[in-house]
Design a protein around this ligand. Structure first.
Ligand code: HEM
Length: 349
Protein backbone atom coordinates (compact mmCIF):
# COMPACT_ATOMS: atom_id res chain seq x y z
CA UNK A 1 0.00 0.00 0.00
CA UNK A 2 1.46 3.40 -0.87
CA UNK A 3 2.44 5.62 2.05
CA UNK A 4 -0.08 8.44 2.56
CA UNK A 5 1.12 11.96 1.94
CA UNK A 6 2.16 13.73 5.16
CA UNK A 7 -0.82 16.05 4.95
CA UNK A 8 -3.08 13.05 5.61
CA UNK A 9 -0.68 11.28 7.92
CA UNK A 10 0.23 14.22 10.13
CA UNK A 11 -1.18 15.54 13.35
CA UNK A 12 -2.50 19.12 12.87
CA UNK A 13 1.02 20.59 12.92
CA UNK A 14 0.25 22.82 9.96
CA UNK A 15 -2.73 24.72 11.37
CA UNK A 16 -3.89 28.32 11.18
CA UNK A 17 -2.76 30.65 13.93
CA UNK A 18 -5.51 30.84 16.55
CA UNK A 19 -6.58 33.30 19.23
CA UNK A 20 -5.60 30.98 22.07
CA UNK A 21 -3.18 28.17 22.81
CA UNK A 22 -2.22 25.99 25.73
CA UNK A 23 1.25 24.51 26.06
CA UNK A 24 1.57 21.65 28.55
CA UNK A 25 4.83 19.87 29.28
CA UNK A 26 4.52 16.63 31.23
CA UNK A 27 6.95 14.18 32.75
CA UNK A 28 6.00 10.51 32.98
CA UNK A 29 6.36 8.96 36.44
CA UNK A 30 8.26 5.70 36.86
CA UNK A 31 5.60 3.06 36.35
CA UNK A 32 3.34 5.50 34.47
CA UNK A 33 4.34 4.19 31.04
CA UNK A 34 1.43 1.76 30.63
CA UNK A 35 -1.16 4.44 31.42
CA UNK A 36 0.38 6.76 28.82
CA UNK A 37 0.63 4.08 26.15
CA UNK A 38 -3.00 3.03 26.79
CA UNK A 39 -4.14 6.62 26.35
CA UNK A 40 -2.30 7.30 23.09
CA UNK A 41 -4.84 5.63 20.73
CA UNK A 42 -7.64 7.65 22.37
CA UNK A 43 -6.09 11.07 21.79
CA UNK A 44 -7.90 11.56 18.49
CA UNK A 45 -11.22 10.51 20.08
CA UNK A 46 -10.80 13.13 22.83
CA UNK A 47 -10.02 15.78 20.23
CA UNK A 48 -13.16 14.78 18.31
CA UNK A 49 -15.27 14.68 21.47
CA UNK A 50 -14.28 18.23 22.40
CA UNK A 51 -13.96 19.73 18.94
CA UNK A 52 -17.03 18.28 17.18
CA UNK A 53 -19.56 20.32 19.10
CA UNK A 54 -17.49 23.47 18.68
CA UNK A 55 -16.58 23.58 14.99
CA UNK A 56 -16.17 27.35 15.31
CA UNK A 57 -13.29 26.82 17.75
CA UNK A 58 -10.93 25.12 15.27
CA UNK A 59 -9.37 22.90 17.91
CA UNK A 60 -5.98 21.48 16.89
CA UNK A 61 -4.27 19.10 19.31
CA UNK A 62 -0.67 18.03 18.78
CA UNK A 63 1.16 15.55 21.00
CA UNK A 64 4.92 15.06 21.02
CA UNK A 65 7.27 12.76 22.91
CA UNK A 66 10.79 13.46 24.20
CA UNK A 67 13.83 11.32 23.51
CA UNK A 68 14.19 9.65 26.92
CA UNK A 69 10.55 8.67 27.28
CA UNK A 70 10.34 7.31 23.74
CA UNK A 71 12.42 4.27 24.70
CA UNK A 72 10.35 3.78 27.87
CA UNK A 73 7.08 3.79 25.91
CA UNK A 74 7.57 2.23 22.52
CA UNK A 75 9.28 -0.81 21.04
CA UNK A 76 10.51 -0.76 17.47
CA UNK A 77 12.25 1.93 15.45
CA UNK A 78 12.79 5.40 16.88
CA UNK A 79 12.57 8.63 14.91
CA UNK A 80 15.94 8.99 13.23
CA UNK A 81 16.81 12.43 14.61
CA UNK A 82 15.17 12.34 18.04
CA UNK A 83 17.54 13.39 20.80
CA UNK A 84 17.35 15.51 23.95
CA UNK A 85 17.24 19.31 23.61
CA UNK A 86 20.81 20.56 23.46
CA UNK A 87 21.40 23.24 26.09
CA UNK A 88 23.49 26.19 24.90
CA UNK A 89 25.82 28.21 27.06
CA UNK A 90 26.90 31.29 25.17
CA UNK A 91 29.21 34.08 26.33
CA UNK A 92 26.22 36.19 27.39
CA UNK A 93 23.06 34.11 27.09
CA UNK A 94 22.06 30.55 27.87
CA UNK A 95 19.37 28.25 26.53
CA UNK A 96 18.62 25.69 29.26
CA UNK A 97 17.36 22.18 28.66
CA UNK A 98 14.52 21.48 31.11
CA UNK A 99 12.57 18.32 32.03
CA UNK A 100 9.80 17.18 29.73
CA UNK A 101 8.61 13.86 28.32
CA UNK A 102 5.38 14.85 26.60
CA UNK A 103 4.33 18.10 24.94
CA UNK A 104 0.66 18.94 24.39
CA UNK A 105 0.29 21.88 21.98
CA UNK A 106 -3.38 22.80 21.95
CA UNK A 107 -4.68 25.57 19.70
CA UNK A 108 -8.21 26.94 19.36
CA UNK A 109 -10.15 30.14 18.99
CA UNK A 110 -10.96 30.03 22.69
CA UNK A 111 -9.05 28.61 25.61
CA UNK A 112 -11.94 26.69 27.14
CA UNK A 113 -11.78 24.13 24.33
CA UNK A 114 -8.06 23.57 24.95
CA UNK A 115 -8.87 23.22 28.64
CA UNK A 116 -11.51 20.57 27.97
CA UNK A 117 -9.14 18.46 25.91
CA UNK A 118 -6.38 18.74 28.52
CA UNK A 119 -8.86 17.90 31.24
CA UNK A 120 -9.79 14.61 29.51
CA UNK A 121 -6.15 13.67 29.07
CA UNK A 122 -4.86 14.67 32.49
CA UNK A 123 -7.82 13.21 34.39
CA UNK A 124 -7.29 9.93 32.59
CA UNK A 125 -3.53 9.93 33.27
CA UNK A 126 -3.80 10.94 36.93
CA UNK A 127 -0.56 10.26 38.81
CA UNK A 128 1.09 8.68 35.77
CA UNK A 129 2.28 12.14 34.74
CA UNK A 130 3.28 15.41 36.33
CA UNK A 131 2.61 18.78 34.69
CA UNK A 132 6.00 20.52 34.84
CA UNK A 133 5.13 23.54 32.71
CA UNK A 134 1.85 25.11 31.66
CA UNK A 135 1.47 28.26 29.58
CA UNK A 136 -1.77 29.80 28.37
CA UNK A 137 -1.13 32.00 25.37
CA UNK A 138 -3.45 34.48 23.73
CA UNK A 139 -3.47 36.55 20.59
CA UNK A 140 -2.27 40.04 21.37
CA UNK A 141 -3.44 42.96 19.25
CA UNK A 142 -2.84 42.26 15.53
CA UNK A 143 -0.72 39.12 16.16
CA UNK A 144 2.00 41.01 18.00
CA UNK A 145 4.31 39.65 20.67
CA UNK A 146 4.57 41.59 23.92
CA UNK A 147 7.62 43.36 22.50
CA UNK A 148 5.11 45.02 20.18
CA UNK A 149 6.15 43.38 16.87
CA UNK A 150 3.98 41.26 14.60
CA UNK A 151 5.19 37.67 15.08
CA UNK A 152 4.81 34.96 12.43
CA UNK A 153 4.75 36.99 9.22
CA UNK A 154 7.52 35.11 7.44
CA UNK A 155 6.20 31.65 8.28
CA UNK A 156 6.03 29.34 5.26
CA UNK A 157 2.52 28.90 3.89
CA UNK A 158 0.60 26.26 1.94
CA UNK A 159 2.69 23.48 0.45
CA UNK A 160 5.85 25.15 1.73
CA UNK A 161 4.61 24.85 5.31
CA UNK A 162 4.12 21.09 4.88
CA UNK A 163 7.54 20.76 3.26
CA UNK A 164 9.23 22.66 6.07
CA UNK A 165 7.46 20.98 8.97
CA UNK A 166 6.89 17.33 8.07
CA UNK A 167 9.20 14.33 7.74
CA UNK A 168 9.11 12.75 4.27
CA UNK A 169 9.87 9.21 3.14
CA UNK A 170 13.40 10.06 2.10
CA UNK A 171 14.23 11.36 5.55
CA UNK A 172 12.65 8.61 7.64
CA UNK A 173 10.44 5.96 6.06
CA UNK A 174 9.10 4.80 9.43
CA UNK A 175 7.82 8.22 10.46
CA UNK A 176 6.48 9.93 7.35
CA UNK A 177 4.27 12.84 8.40
CA UNK A 178 5.99 13.27 11.77
CA UNK A 179 7.62 16.51 12.90
CA UNK A 180 10.35 17.66 15.28
CA UNK A 181 9.25 20.44 17.58
CA UNK A 182 11.41 22.66 19.78
CA UNK A 183 9.85 24.78 22.52
CA UNK A 184 11.29 27.48 24.76
CA UNK A 185 9.59 29.76 27.22
CA UNK A 186 11.05 33.27 27.06
CA UNK A 187 10.53 36.01 29.67
CA UNK A 188 10.93 39.62 28.52
CA UNK A 189 12.56 42.44 30.44
CA UNK A 190 9.86 44.93 29.52
CA UNK A 191 11.42 47.84 31.39
CA UNK A 192 14.70 47.53 29.48
CA UNK A 193 12.83 47.00 26.18
CA UNK A 194 10.55 49.98 26.69
CA UNK A 195 13.59 52.15 27.40
CA UNK A 196 14.58 51.73 23.72
CA UNK A 197 13.21 54.03 21.05
CA UNK A 198 11.01 52.45 18.35
CA UNK A 199 13.93 52.75 15.90
CA UNK A 200 16.30 50.95 18.29
CA UNK A 201 13.71 48.20 18.74
CA UNK A 202 13.35 47.86 14.98
CA UNK A 203 17.12 47.34 14.68
CA UNK A 204 16.91 44.54 17.28
CA UNK A 205 14.10 42.73 15.47
CA UNK A 206 15.01 43.61 11.87
CA UNK A 207 11.53 44.77 10.85
CA UNK A 208 9.58 47.99 11.21
CA UNK A 209 7.26 48.14 14.17
CA UNK A 210 4.21 49.87 12.74
CA UNK A 211 4.38 48.67 9.15
CA UNK A 212 5.88 45.20 9.83
CA UNK A 213 8.22 45.22 6.83
CA UNK A 214 11.75 43.85 6.86
CA UNK A 215 14.51 46.46 7.04
CA UNK A 216 16.44 46.87 3.79
CA UNK A 217 19.56 44.68 3.58
CA UNK A 218 21.91 47.64 3.98
CA UNK A 219 20.33 48.61 7.30
CA UNK A 220 19.63 45.11 8.67
CA UNK A 221 22.08 44.58 11.54
CA UNK A 222 23.91 41.24 11.75
CA UNK A 223 22.72 41.13 15.36
CA UNK A 224 19.05 41.48 14.42
CA UNK A 225 16.64 38.65 15.13
CA UNK A 226 15.70 38.37 11.46
CA UNK A 227 19.33 38.15 10.32
CA UNK A 228 20.26 35.52 12.94
CA UNK A 229 17.32 33.36 11.89
CA UNK A 230 17.71 33.57 8.15
CA UNK A 231 19.35 30.24 7.35
CA UNK A 232 20.53 29.48 3.84
CA UNK A 233 21.56 25.96 2.82
CA UNK A 234 24.48 24.99 0.61
CA UNK A 235 22.14 25.15 -2.39
CA UNK A 236 21.40 28.80 -1.67
CA UNK A 237 17.80 28.02 -0.63
CA UNK A 238 16.41 29.34 2.65
CA UNK A 239 15.61 26.77 5.34
CA UNK A 240 12.28 27.35 7.05
CA UNK A 241 10.66 26.28 10.26
CA UNK A 242 6.97 26.63 11.09
CA UNK A 243 6.42 28.79 14.18
CA UNK A 244 3.29 29.18 16.30
CA UNK A 245 4.60 31.49 19.04
CA UNK A 246 2.18 32.90 21.58
CA UNK A 247 2.41 35.77 24.02
CA UNK A 248 1.58 35.12 27.65
CA UNK A 249 1.73 37.09 30.85
CA UNK A 250 0.87 37.19 34.52
CA UNK A 251 0.77 40.28 36.67
CA UNK A 252 0.95 38.24 39.86
CA UNK A 253 4.10 36.45 38.67
CA UNK A 254 5.46 39.66 37.14
CA UNK A 255 5.91 37.80 33.84
CA UNK A 256 5.54 38.94 30.25
CA UNK A 257 6.79 36.48 27.69
CA UNK A 258 6.76 34.66 24.40
CA UNK A 259 6.29 30.91 24.18
CA UNK A 260 8.45 29.92 21.22
CA UNK A 261 7.40 26.80 19.32
CA UNK A 262 9.00 25.76 16.05
CA UNK A 263 8.18 22.67 13.96
CA UNK A 264 10.56 21.28 11.37
CA UNK A 265 11.17 18.15 9.31
CA UNK A 266 14.58 17.98 11.00
CA UNK A 267 15.67 19.45 14.32
CA UNK A 268 18.93 20.64 12.76
CA UNK A 269 17.39 23.76 11.19
CA UNK A 270 15.93 25.06 14.45
CA UNK A 271 19.13 24.06 16.26
CA UNK A 272 21.18 26.06 13.78
CA UNK A 273 18.96 29.09 14.44
CA UNK A 274 19.52 28.69 18.17
CA UNK A 275 23.28 28.47 17.64
CA UNK A 276 23.16 31.65 15.55
CA UNK A 277 21.12 33.40 18.22
CA UNK A 278 22.97 32.29 21.36
CA UNK A 279 26.54 31.57 20.26
CA UNK A 280 26.66 33.90 17.28
CA UNK A 281 28.88 33.94 14.21
CA UNK A 282 32.65 34.13 13.92
CA UNK A 283 32.47 37.91 14.41
CA UNK A 284 30.57 37.57 17.67
CA UNK A 285 27.23 38.65 16.22
CA UNK A 286 24.56 37.26 18.53
CA UNK A 287 20.82 37.93 18.59
CA UNK A 288 20.10 41.17 20.44
CA UNK A 289 16.57 39.96 21.22
CA UNK A 290 18.30 37.90 23.92
CA UNK A 291 19.41 41.09 25.72
CA UNK A 292 15.71 41.55 26.47
CA UNK A 293 14.40 37.97 26.53
CA UNK A 294 15.59 35.10 28.73
CA UNK A 295 14.95 31.48 27.83
CA UNK A 296 13.80 29.68 30.98
CA UNK A 297 12.78 26.32 29.47
CA UNK A 298 13.88 24.21 26.50
CA UNK A 299 12.62 20.95 25.07
CA UNK A 300 12.71 18.88 21.89
CA UNK A 301 9.91 16.45 21.04
CA UNK A 302 8.93 14.24 18.15
CA UNK A 303 5.34 14.54 16.96
CA UNK A 304 4.51 11.13 15.46
CA UNK A 305 2.15 10.70 12.52
CA UNK A 306 -1.49 9.95 13.30
CA UNK A 307 -1.17 6.30 12.24
CA UNK A 308 1.41 5.82 14.98
CA UNK A 309 -0.87 7.34 17.63
CA UNK A 310 -3.90 5.34 16.51
CA UNK A 311 -1.99 2.08 16.64
CA UNK A 312 1.13 2.55 18.77
CA UNK A 313 3.84 -0.10 19.03
CA UNK A 314 3.84 -2.39 22.06
CA UNK A 315 5.82 -1.69 25.22
CA UNK A 316 9.57 -2.09 24.75
CA UNK A 317 9.76 -5.23 26.87
CA UNK A 318 6.87 -6.75 24.95
CA UNK A 319 8.80 -6.70 21.68
CA UNK A 320 10.31 -10.14 21.03
CA UNK A 321 12.86 -8.56 18.68
CA UNK A 322 13.82 -5.80 21.12
CA UNK A 323 17.49 -5.47 21.83
CA UNK A 324 18.21 -5.72 25.56
CA UNK A 325 20.51 -2.70 25.34
CA UNK A 326 18.73 0.68 25.56
CA UNK A 327 18.41 2.44 22.23
CA UNK A 328 20.99 5.12 21.59
CA UNK A 329 19.55 8.54 20.83
CA UNK A 330 20.67 9.96 17.51
CA UNK A 331 23.66 12.23 18.00
CA UNK A 332 22.66 15.87 18.13
CA UNK A 333 23.81 17.61 15.01
CA UNK A 334 25.05 20.68 16.86
CA UNK A 335 27.35 23.01 15.01
CA UNK A 336 26.42 21.27 11.80
CA UNK A 337 25.05 23.05 8.78
CA UNK A 338 21.40 22.23 8.11
CA UNK A 339 21.05 19.14 6.00
CA UNK A 340 20.19 19.38 2.37
CA UNK A 341 16.48 19.43 1.69
CA UNK A 342 14.62 16.42 0.46
CA UNK A 343 11.52 16.43 -1.66
CA UNK A 344 8.58 16.03 0.68
CA UNK A 345 5.49 14.41 -0.68
CA UNK A 346 3.08 17.31 -1.02
CA UNK A 347 -0.52 17.58 -0.03
CA UNK A 348 -2.84 17.30 -2.97
CA UNK A 349 -4.69 20.46 -3.85
C1 HEM B 1 10.98 36.10 13.02
C2 HEM B 1 9.73 37.25 17.56
C3 HEM B 1 12.30 33.46 19.19
C4 HEM B 1 12.94 31.99 14.63
C5 HEM B 1 10.47 36.76 14.11
C6 HEM B 1 9.78 38.03 14.05
C7 HEM B 1 9.43 38.34 15.31
C8 HEM B 1 9.90 37.29 16.18
C9 HEM B 1 8.67 39.59 15.78
C10 HEM B 1 9.55 38.86 12.76
C11 HEM B 1 8.27 38.55 12.06
C12 HEM B 1 8.12 37.13 11.61
O1 HEM B 1 7.62 36.34 12.40
O2 HEM B 1 8.51 36.76 10.50
C13 HEM B 1 10.34 36.32 18.38
C14 HEM B 1 10.32 36.39 19.82
C15 HEM B 1 11.05 35.34 20.28
C16 HEM B 1 11.52 34.59 19.13
C17 HEM B 1 9.63 37.48 20.63
C18 HEM B 1 11.39 34.97 21.67
C19 HEM B 1 11.74 35.87 22.57
C20 HEM B 1 12.71 32.75 18.10
C21 HEM B 1 13.48 31.55 18.14
C22 HEM B 1 13.67 31.13 16.86
C23 HEM B 1 13.01 32.09 16.01
C24 HEM B 1 13.98 30.88 19.42
C25 HEM B 1 14.39 29.93 16.30
C26 HEM B 1 14.98 29.01 17.02
C27 HEM B 1 12.45 32.99 13.81
C28 HEM B 1 12.46 32.91 12.36
C29 HEM B 1 11.93 34.11 11.89
C30 HEM B 1 11.57 34.87 13.07
C31 HEM B 1 12.94 31.75 11.51
C32 HEM B 1 11.72 34.53 10.43
C33 HEM B 1 12.97 35.20 9.91
C34 HEM B 1 12.77 35.69 8.48
O3 HEM B 1 12.90 34.87 7.58
O4 HEM B 1 12.45 36.86 8.30
N1 HEM B 1 10.53 36.34 15.41
N2 HEM B 1 11.04 35.22 18.00
N3 HEM B 1 12.43 33.04 16.79
N4 HEM B 1 11.89 34.17 14.20
FE1 HEM B 1 11.52 34.72 16.11
Amino acid sequence: MPKPAPADAAQPVVSPLTSAAMFLVLTVADGGEDAVRDLVPDLSAYARAVGFGRPDAGLACVTGFGSAVWDRLFAGPRPAELHPFVALDGPQHSAPSTPGDILLHLRAESLDVCYDFADHVLTRLGGAVEVVDEVHGWRYQDRRDLLGFVDGTENPEGVEAFDAALVDAERDLDFVGGSYVIVQKYLHDMAAWNALSDREQELVIGRTKAGNVQLPDDSLPKTSHVDRNTIVGEDGEERDILRANMPFGSFKEGEAGTYFIGYCATPTVTEQMLLNMFLGDENGNRDRILDFSTAVTGGLFFVPPTGFLDDPPPAPDADPDADSAPATPAAPAVLAAPTAPTANPRPTD
